[in-house]
Design a binder for this molecule. Structure first.
Ligand code: SF4
Ligand code: SF4
Ligand code: SF4
Length: 262
């Protein structure tokens, strides 16, 4: 299958999700070998999925250094990829650390060291799957329980902090605790306010509005996914009402030969 056909094939598969134009702009497409298997969101700078399956040695080094506890190892349902590194954005997205410690820690080449830079990262793409569930569209406020849910995603809080659902950063906190608490403090600002969490907390450096923004629709606002989205999944984790999902990409190399500026 030539490059154009592969791309068209991918677009056909995700067009039902209403992201055809964006996907076309971003140049993502679907590796033909993976048509029958489910796509899995891999950590940043992962090599092509078929190569990843050969190279990941299930050592867990990447997840040990991840300050956000974003990386997991596949369980028995992973079949042949049992024990390999992946990200479940509904439980914890990737927050695109500047130095990409996960990539540097990988000893096998499953995460490519040469690609430890945001300009090479393209894990997939966010898509809007349930716009009507967006509370901003209906001008509803963010409730405490919507924010408190994310407190339960972190492993760095003391039991009293978890109970109070209030964090304070102290000088004795580890760097990892500080980072996760900073995220919770940013989220706390939305309690009782209008929701634009997905757009405001997108961790894409420099110009996150090139990845996601809020646009007017039906008297409210809804998220719009844009070309620079790298599929980190932070917006999926943080959205209170499951408006978004990530379509993981299958082929890093194919992608960066395309649209992205490397
Ligand atoms: S970039 Fe940071 S948050 Fe994302 S998986 Fe790697 S270490 Fe974790
Ligand atoms: S819109 Fe931002 S937060 Fe959401 S997946 Fe894309 S880059 Fe990540
Ligand atoms: S996080 Fe974004 S998509 Fe989710 S409810 Fe808030 S504004 Fe809507």
């Amino acid at each position: 299958m030539n490059e154009e056909n592969k791309r068209r094939d991918f677009l056909k598969q995700i067009s039902g999700l209403g992201v055809l134009a964006i996907a076309a702009g971003a140049g993502i497409y679907y590796a033909p070998k993976l048509k029958s298997s489910k796509l899995i969101l891999r950590p940043p700078a992962a090599v092509k999925e078929d190569e990843f399956l050969k190279l990941c040695i299930k050592c867990g080094q990447c997840l040990q250094v991840c300050p956000y506890d974003s990386i997991r190892l596949e369980g028995v349902e992973g079949g042949a990829s049992l024990g390999m590194a992946y990200i479940d954005p509904t439980k914890r997205g990737c927050y695109l650390c500047e130095a990409f410690p996960c990539v540097l820690a990988c000893p096998s080449g499953a995460l490519e060291h040469e690609h430890d830079n945001i300009k090479f990262v393209h894990m997939g793409m966010a898509v809007v799957i349930n716009e009507d569930a967006c509370i901003a569209k209906h001008n509803k406020k963010v409730t405490d329980s919507m924010i408190d849910r994310i407190y339960d995603h972190t492993k760095v809080l003391s039991s009293s902090e978890k109970q109070k659902h209030k964090v304070r950063i102290t000088s004795s906190d580890s760097e990892k605790s500080k980072l996760q608490k900073q995220l919770l403090q940013k989220l706390d600002k939305f309690r009782g306010k209008d929701c634009s969490i997905c757009a405001d907390l997108c961790p894409l450096p420099d110009n996150p509005q090139n990845a996601i923004g809020m646009i007017k629709k039906d008297g409210g606002l809804v998220p719009e996914i844009r070309e620079a989205c790298v599929g980190c999944g932070a917006c999926v984790e943080l959205c209170p009402t499951n408006v978004l999902k990530i379509v993981p990409r299958a082929s890093f190399s194919d992608l960066y030969k395309g649209k992205r500026d490397v």
